[in-house]
Design a protein around this ligand. Structure first.
Ligand code: COA
Ligand code: AMP
Length: 634
């Protein structure tokens, strides 16, 4: 079936299309109702189906002749450890660890936070939760205790699974100390914690609260998979929104399994037994979907990498992995290859490796800038596939569909909508834009299986954040256009979300933190373009009358504050002290205009502006700092 035929069927007959794809999943009870609505009127898939995601991803393969196949290669240049785990071994590890959790009272519907570095035990912990019908919430290890505490208070976990430490380039990150601090900060306290002790830094355990991973499994009886409803939550993954409170994206079991399994062939052209690698982190959606669930649901081998694209030990790291594990499809964020390009612009290290196993190279997480696209295409000699997606969707909204019908790529485009996603460009009144014209990128409802079911504990926020702007559409928060050939171009966020080194962060949250500084009267944070990390946050700050600190001290203090509250990954360093900020007459800072100035784009001066002179003034201050020099009012 051609792409066009598959796509049209998915949009015109979604129930028929997805009922066929659902047949690929080992259900305990096959769904008879393919699409329905929940109590809040949200579309839900496979309503009366029952399954267990861990069974479909692991046990099913053991029962069907893949027990001795490698399920996971673990490769950790930062510790020098490599491991190969077969499906059978993975099943035993998961069942035993799940037994340990169950013995301590974890069961169906309980939330479990996982705060771990990139070790294979992180996958075991996630799948053990899935096995029990418990709901995991993985928190990225780069987040500071405050961020972890916010998630603890929202998810109210029965247990937290963590490790004594993580290892970044030449530094040990004390996870246990951060975990203790977060639990101290949080109002909700977990019943217990499980700690994986790593030799690089052992953690002191708190009697009666903390259990050592090894001792927990030593005394545990393996347990079987629990049947859950297709619509029961598999996990919560927090993502940055426009405020300081992250949104808990809820993913269900059934739709997720069906969509991810389908995507492995349709998008990534992967077959059972082949090797897939996503160089990301289990703390992000790419890690959830394409390090853990999708490769295993498809009976592939996944590579878990505790390292960086560069300096572990050098910028040939990705080429080495592709050769060593005979990776067929490799997936990472553009920023990772920009880091490689910076250190090895001519790709000389690639000459030391045989990467002929790789058939396609996939990039996502942020816009793939055309120079990096061209550089990669020339270097690797296989299709370089930019694909666009979000934590909320859980899989690619637009991509070159390499397993259906590959098309010629266009630099700067994520190619065509994935079957199931009715992507449309709307103007601010909700009318469809003509081809080639930019607007708000929306998805006509129903979204396909695998997309978020709700915001955890806050169905109202789900409605107001995503569904209420345009009736019948999901708002992606991205701006962009579709060209005459149907290619989707995503040009950037239209809200207060920025993307720093492939990490999604909220400028609204940074503003809240900066505003808490004694010397700050008002502030706004914008993302500015950065050659390596895509974007970097910059604060525009008005100091309080009578504040006597100098600008450099204030800048250092604000950088330290953001690092303490969000974490080093926020990369907040630059603060510009200004006399005033452009505002509306009702006192709202014109953030959209500031973003346009920073991006060097033209903008309309709104009739509601309080003082039009504030605009050239701020343009000139920003130009003095080499920010958005091309920005101009029209
Ligand atoms: N735990 C603790 N700290 C972490 C961390 C983690 N998991 N990940 C990053 N950090 C820290 C870094 O050590 C660094 O700290 P520092 O300021 O003290 O040096 C800071 O956060 C910023 O990290 P990063 O933005 O990653 O910069 P870097 O210079 O260390 O590395 C890249 C640059 C491009 C190599 C790296 O960002 C990268 O590999 N990015 C890919 C991101 C990715 O895979 N995203 C997933 C979406 S697909
Ligand atoms: P996250 O939820 O962390 O995956 O971030 C999602 C956001 O990253 C999207 O809304 C986009 O703004 C951006 N993004 C992800 N992939 C792409 C891509 N291929 N092209 C352009 N932007 C992207």
């Amino acid at each position: 079936m051609t792409y066009q035929a598959q796509y049209e069927k998915s949009i015109q007959q979604p129930e028929l299309f997805w009922a066929e794809k659902a047949a690929d999943i080992p259900w305990y009870t096959k769904p008879s109702q393919i699409l329905g609505k929940d109590e809040f009127g949200t579309d839900r898939w496979f309503i009366d189906g029952e399954l267990n995601t861990c069974y479909a991803a692991v046990d099913y393969h053991v029962e069907n002749g893949r027990g001795d196949q490698i399920a996971v290669y673990y490769d950790s240049p930062v510790t020098g450890v490599k491991k190969s785990i077969t499906y059978k071994e993975l099943q035993t590890e998961i069942a035993t660890f799940a037994g340990g959790l169950a013995a301590k009272g974890v069961g169906k519907g309980d939330r479990v936070i996982i705060y771990m570095p990139m070790v294979s035990e992180a996958l075991v912990a996630m799948l053990a939760c899935a096995r029990l019908g418990a709901v995991h919430s993985v928190v990225f290890g780069g987040f500071a205790p405050h961020e972890l505490a916010v998630r603890i208070d929202d998810a109210k976990p029965k247990a937290i699974i963590s490790a004594s430490c993580g290892i970044e380039i030449q530094k040990v990150i004390p996870y246990k100390a951060m975990l203790d601090k977060a639990i101290e900060l949080a109002e909700h306290k977990p019943d217990f914690c499980v700690l994986l002790q790593r030799p690089q830094e052992k953690a002191e355990l708190i009697e009666g609260r903390d259990y050592d991973w090894q001792s927990l499994v030593a005394g545990a009886e393996p347990v079987d998979c629990v049947s859950v409803k297709a619509t029961d939550p598999l996990y919560i993954l927090y993502t940055s929104g426009t405020t300081g409170k992250p949104k808990g994206v809820v993913r269900d079991n059934g739709g997720h399994a069906v969509a991810l399994k389908y995507s492995m062939k349709a998008i990534y052209d992967m077959n059972p037994g082949e090797v897939f690698m996503a160089a990301s982190d289990v703390g992000w959606v790419v890690g959830h979907s394409y390090i853990v669930y999708a490769p295993l649901l498809a009976g592939c081998t996944t590579v878990v990498y505790e390292g960086k694209p560069v300096r572990t030990p050098d910028c040939g790291a990705f080429w080495r992995l592709i050769e060593e594990y005979k990776i067929k499809a490799f997936f990472t964020a553009p920023t990772a290859f920009r880091a490689v390009k910076k250190e090895d612009p001519d790709g000389l290290l690639l000459k030391n490796y045989d990467i002929s196993s790789m058939k396609n190279l996939f990039l996502a997480g942020e816009r793939l800038d055309p120079p990096t696209f061209h550089w990669l295409q020339e270097l690797v000699g296989v299709p370089v596939v930019d694909h666009w997606w979000q934590t909320e969707t859980g899989w690619a909204i637009a991509s070159n569909q390499m397993g259906i019908e590959p098309r010629p790529a266009k630099a700067g485009s994520a190619t065509v909508p994935t079957p199931g996603f009715d992507v449309q460009i709307l103007d601010n009144k909700g009318n469809q834009m003509p081809a080639g014209e930019q607007g708000s990128v929306c998805i006509k409802l129903p979204m396909p299986p695998g997309c978020l079911a709700t915001v955890y504990g806050d169905p109202q926020r789900f409605q107001s954040s995503y569904l209420s702007t345009f009736d019948g559409y999901y708002l992606t928060g991205d701006g962009g256009y579709i060209d005459e050939d149907g290619y989707v171009f995503i040009m950037g966020r239209t809200d207060d979300v920025i993307n720093v080194a492939g990490h999604r962060l909220s400028t609204g949250e940074m503003e809240e933190i900066i505003a808490s500084h004694d010397g700050v009267a008002e502030c706004t944070v914008i993302g500015i373009n950065d050659e390596l990390k895509g974007q970097l946050p910059v604060g525009l700050v008005i100091t309080k009358d009578g504040y006597e600190g100098d600008d450099a001290t204030l800048e250092a203090e604000l950088a330290a504050l953001v690092r303490k509250e969000i974490g080093a990954i926020a990369c907040y360093k630059q603060t510009i002290v200004v006399d005033r900020l452009p505002k509306t007459r009702s006192g709202k800072i014109l953030r959209g205009i500031l973003r346009s100035i920073a991006d060097g784009k033209s903008y309309q001066v709104p009739s509601t502006i309080d003082d039009p002179a504030s605009l050239p003034e701020i343009e000139s201050v920003m130009a003095d700092h080499n920010i958005g020099v091309a920005g101009k009012a029209v």
